[in-house]
Ligand binder design. Sequence first.
Ligand code: FDA
Length: 314
Amino acid sequence: MLRSTILAAARNSRIESLVTHAPVSRSVVRRFVGGPDTRSAVAATKALVDAGLHVTLDHLGEDTTDRAHADAVAGAYLDLLGSLEAAHLTRLLKPLTARAEVSIKLSAIGQALPGDGERIALDHARTICTEARRVGATVTLDMEDHTTTDSTLGILRELRGDFPETGAVLQAYLRRTESDCRELAYAGSRVRLCKGAYQEPASVAFQKRADVDRSYVRSMNVLLEGDGYPMFATHDPTLIAIATDRAAAHEVDAFEFQMLYGIRPDEQRRLAAAGHVVRVYVPYGAQWYGYLMRRLAERPANLTFFARALITKG
Ligand code: FDA
């Protein structure tokens, strides 16, 4: 109930205007968002890298409904990659492990445009992958709602023809994911496993938390038994403990943990200090409102944090 209220607020432009113009918002947002522009995102990345963490950056945007917007988003990624290189934040530390990389939503670069949207997204993704490789970074394709899964995996296959280092994302809440993990658990294949963030129907997705968690563990096992490079994206302490345990049992040390910027930062540092590669997903850009509201919907404790900051400083 609370979750759907917050998600409804995420789509309400009057509430968006109120929140984005509240005097305190900037300091609250700073906890979950790398900054409004490339310069601040690079500064946030530098602070994380200096703390021994790895980073993947996501340019936040509204739905892309025309070609010009798709082109602008692709341009923003090129600008970001150039700035990361200039700040000496790229270069592969070991194969498949760039210090800073980028995460792209294919919908933001044109996938949903009528007609040749998939081709536009693929062309933009190729350009971004080319620049990423030039500067020593990698690209991961975020996964969106289930109606886009086949299209996104198709574009991934095309991209991997030239850029085998391109990362995939699979969502444990989808019934198909264990099987997709089997398909993608081959040598050199970077696969981020997350629970999944969209509201999906029971026909395609597990609905109970326990079933999603069990699917996550089954998929984790498939990835660890395979030859790819698993990236476990979760803040869930139980799943992190299971992944650590299973990776040791399988004698796999080429894998990483991933968490969102501002969420469980102490745990991010603890895992890094224990010798794990930990990558922090840093969203940035002027369109931070929808992202922030989705994070609040995930956890009411964050809502209290947000409200308290508004009341005490507003
Ligand atoms: P869950 O939400 O069950 O939380 C488990 C525990 O983690 C909580 O009990 C709490 O302790 C802690 N926690 C979780 N959220 C918290 C919060 N907001 N604040 C504080 N503590 C919190 N999804 C998707 O559909 N496509 C994608 O491409 C991606 N990409 C992606 C990249 C990365 C790096 C991450 C970490 C996540 C994604 N996701 C995603 C989002 C993912 O699917 C999921 O919605 C969130 O990670 C929350 O799920 P958890 O696994 O953390 O578990």
